[in-house]
Design a protein around this ligand. Structure first.
Ligand code: CA
Length: 241
């Protein structure tokens, strides 16, 4: 995805109901997005492997597999934003979806313009987190406490060599922390200025996901410390290269 060009983004829609699929795709193409439809989880995963979409809209109730499994497998592959669009309005599903790395969660019935706005918001977050291609001096690799973070690939490499993929939201959060280590950051500072969606305000959920990926003990965190009443503090020496 090139910078400031969200409209040209490639979006895959996984939806087994043909009427809903048509509605989603027509709303997206009307706003200039390129849209491809898959009606089974397997079909979507296969295509996503081949052509690396910018974002996948995933229904949870599918004929061949659970949408959560699709989200999980997408996160294991190449970086791709995920928006869950489902009839399931259960807080457990919402939390699970987010924990699996989905960037947003919308419950049906949905308002097409809201869907488009949420899609744009996710793509902008990805762009903010992604390297600016014109700046060759852009520092994209951060080293801290034995870890390596690659901003462009949304990837963490653990001290033991394991590679961990981050969602756009997690990448944005980590970049903010790595750019201002050892300083108290308020929840407002940790949220993107354009994150107007109330669901995005669940900064604490995002922090706990990030802690888990960093093997940071939530009861005694060494890296992302909670500063009660103030926010969070990233406690490490950070070197950008
Ligand atoms: Ca369905």
């Amino acid at each position: 995805m090139t910078s400031l060009d969200t409209a040209n983004a490639q979006i895959f829609v996984l939806e087994d109901d043909p009427d809903i699929a048509r509605l989603i795709c027509s709303s997206l193409t009307e706003y200039g997005f390129r849209c491809e439809h898959a009606s089974t989880g397997r079909q979507l995963l296969e295509r996503a492997r081949r052509s690396a979409p910018d974002l996948c809209i995933v229904d949870l109730g599918l004929p061949d597999m659970d949408g959560m499994q699709v989200v999980r497998e997408l996160q294991d592959g190449s970086p791709c934003a995920v928006l869950i669009l489902t009839g399931r309005n259960d807080v457990t599903d919402r939390v699970l979806g987010l924990e699996l790395g989905a960037d947003d969660y919308i419950v049906k019935p949905f308002e097409p313009r809201e869907l488009v706005a949420r899609v744009r918001s996710i793509l902008r977050r990805y762009q903010r987190a992604a390297p600016v291609e014109t700046l060759t001096q852009q520092r994209n690799i951060a080293h801290f406490a034995g870890w390596r973070f690659d901003r462009g690939r949304h990837a963490l490499t653990a001290p033991d060599g394991r590679e961990i993929h981050l969602s756009a939201a997690e990448t944005g959060l980590l970049v903010t922390m790595l750019e201002r280590p050892n300083r108290i950051l308020s929840r407002e500072q940790l949220l993107g200025e354009r994150d107007i969606d109330p669901f995005d305000r669940s900064i604490d959920v995002r922090v706990s996901r990030l802690r888990r990926k960093l093997d940071d003990d939530p009861h005694d965190p060494k890296l992302i410390k909670t500063v009660y009443g103030a926010g969070y503090l990233f406690s490490a020496q950070v070197e950008w290269a």
